[in-house]
Design a protein around this ligand. Structure first.
Ligand code: DX5
Ligand code: ZN
Length: 217
């Protein structure tokens, strides 16, 4: 199975985002982590900066919203022209309606689950999604250790996606590195977010190529 690598600009230099984007031109998309210091205990960036990144980025935007009240805000991120917008199931009162709204606005609809959130309540809505994100760390910060306890959930999600016939990308985010990507790929993930493993290296483009070769199975 081929895979996609989405570097997270959370680990990039926030004062030089445009040049940081140019360093990952061989990536499949750039992962943009939006945090509100409410859903997670950290604050990053919001709509004005995402709009500007969308204007200058040579690669598509994969927006990950770690914010409360996703129903109110996620559609506005779809309007930026981002390729995909991922909201957290825990932050949405109406995830089916929200996924449909994102698609209606031209974005791929993504839904994320924290490590301890069960997959099973959401299996009947796979058709509504283009992307399912299983967090492999507690969201909020880069540089955390990969949680192996999520691997069985990745296996179950892969089986459910294949069984449903729906075209849903299975993304993981958190602690992805050359040391962890192979077991996540073996479990069934096919889109990998990597922040520190890409940007905290001297050659981000080479790090992307290495991750892509290790994540392809
Ligand atoms: C964490 C963010 C991640 C983060 C991953 O809450 O959602 O996208 O940037 O960073 P690494 O790859 O360093 O774990
Ligand atoms: Zn993320």
């Amino acid at each position: 199975m081929s895979c996609a690598i989405h570097p997270s600009i959370l680990s990039a230099d926030f004062v030089n985002l445009e040049s940081e984007l140019l360093r990952i031109g061989n990536a499949d998309a750039v992962h943009v982590d939006v945090m509100d210091n409410h859903f997670v205990p950290n604050l990053t960036l919001g709509l004005p900066i995402v709009r500007r990144i969308q204007e200058v980025s040579p690669i598509p935007l994969d927006v990950h919203l770690m914010i409360s009240d996703a129903d109110r805000w996620a559609p506005e991120y779809a309007d930026t022209g981002a390729a995909s917008v991922t909201f957290h199931a825990e932050a949405s009162a109406a995830p089916i309606r929200l996924a449909r709204e994102l698609r209606a606005r031209g974005a791929k609809a993504g839904m994320a689950l924290r490590p301890a959130t069960p997959l099973e309540p959401y299996l009947d809505m796979l058709d509504e999604l283009d992307l399912l994100l299983l967090m492999t760390v507690e969201p909020g910060f880069g540089g955390q250790a990969f949680l192996d306890l999520v691997l069985p959930k990745i296996v179950r999600a892969r089986a459910a996606i294949d069984g449903s016939g729906a075209a849903v990308a299975l993304q993981i985010d958190g602690g992805v590195s050359p040391e962890t990507i192979e077991r996540a790929a073996a479990a069934g993930a096919d889109v990998f977010v990597a922040g520190s493993a890409v940007y905290n290296t001297p050659d981000p483009a080479a790090a992307i190529d290495l991750l892509r070769s290790l994540g392809t199975r």
